[in-house]
Design a protein around this ligand. Structure first.
Ligand SMILES: [Fe+2]
Length: 151
């Protein structure tokens, strides 16, 4: 994981992200290690479903799929992603509305809390394979932000 404020490039640690409600942990790719952590998180936060999603250049209509998430939005459920492969870029609004840019990679777990404005895109690698945890698939339908602040 690499994270910084977009405006100043000031680096952000996992502890800093936590202050803004964003949970991050590096779990690695050993299933015997990461799955119990995901199970515990599901138990604690009430996620009932786990599935996997893959996006790559081979995904039909990839630009259309990505377009849904690259405008600023929030969800009514947490957005939980554990990366098995590839990379992703989350821009998440800090408590003062500055953008925090977080690049996640294989073995990383990130939880964007419900109600937190963010957007998502792929890196130049153009590939991601991740586990998702959620309560209800309807909960993370994007709710787009009207009149987003500049930045
Ligand atoms: Fe999202």
């Amino acid at each position: 994981m690499r994270a910084h404020y977009r405006s100043t490039h000031e680096p952000l640690s996992a502890h800093d992200l936590e202050q803004h409600g964003v949970h991050y942990r590096h779990l690695g790719l050993e299933k015997a290690v990461f799955q119990p952590v995901l199970d515990e998180l599901s138990h604690k936060r009430g996620y009932s479903t786990q599935d996997e999603v893959k996006l790559s250049k081979e995904t039909p209509n990839l630009p259309g799929v990505l377009k849904k998430f690259d405008d600023e939005h929030l969800h009514e459920d947490d957005e939980v992603r554990f990366l098995l492969d590839g990379e992703g870029v989350f821009d998440i609004r800090a408590n003062d509305e500055r953008w925090m840019r977080i690049v996640v990679e294989a073995g990383d777990l990130i939880v964007v809390p419900k109600g937190k404005h963010h957007r998502f895109e792929l890196t130049e690698m153009c590939r991601i394979h991740c586990v998702r945890l959620f309560k209800d698939v309807a909960g993370w339908v994007p709710v787009y932000r009207e009149n987003p602040p500049p930045g």
